[in-house]
Design a protein around this ligand. Structure first.
Ligand code: ADP
Length: 156
């Protein structure tokens, strides 16, 4: 069994994230979507709400498990017996940032391997922070998120 975690803030979960999960499914038997709080970002949705939305998106998919955590990702991996960390790349600045993070995680635990997956070109402009701003400022965000986010925002 090859198990991996796809960690992130997912506030909100976007079509870019979905693209990375779909690619990861071709490689892994089980993928934990791990929602971690990013203290430097003011949340749009609570962790509980994000978890519910992502569970809805993948409700028919037995390979996907959604969990939240507030410890280090490598510690979460150890506790849950996950050996791979998946991260998505949009551009070279993502790569610089992600490489530092991957090297730090490797220094903390060299048995855990980070795997970078590039997103498809059409998703490379999507970021949760821009989508969040579009939502808060009533811009056009529909084409960047799964329908489950649109459903949730009807009652926003
Ligand atoms: P974090 O706060 O950990 O960066 P995000 O939810 O912003 O959390 O991102 C989680 C992961 O998804 C990161 O690896 C990020 O690079 C990746 N990601 C974000 N947006 C996209 C996208 N449009 N296409 C591919 N990967 C993405």
């Amino acid at each position: 069994m090859k198990n991996a975690i796809f960690p992130g803030s997912f506030d909100p979960f976007t079509l870019g994230h979905l693209d990375i999960v779909k690619k990861s499914e071709k490689i892994f038997d089980k993928i934990v979507i791990g929602i971690g709080e990013n203290d430097s970002k003011k949340p749009l949705f609570s962790i509980e709400k994000r978890k519910k939305i992502i569970e809805k998106i993948f409700k028919k998919n037995k390979k996907i498990i959604v969990k939240d955590y507030n410890c280090l990702t490598v510690d979460f991996c150890k506790i849950n017996n996950l050996r791979f960390i998946i991260r998505g790349l949009r551009n070279s600045s993502d790569f610089q940032k992600e490489k530092e993070l991957a090297l730090m995680n490797e220094a903390l635990d060299k048995s855990i391997i980070t795997l970078f997956l590039p997103c498809s070109k059409k998703y490379s402009i999507i970021s949760s922070s821009l989508v969040k701003e579009l939502i808060l400022k009533k811009g056009e965000f529909n084409k960047f998120v799964p329908k489950e986010i649109l459903d949730e925002l009807k009652s926003f």
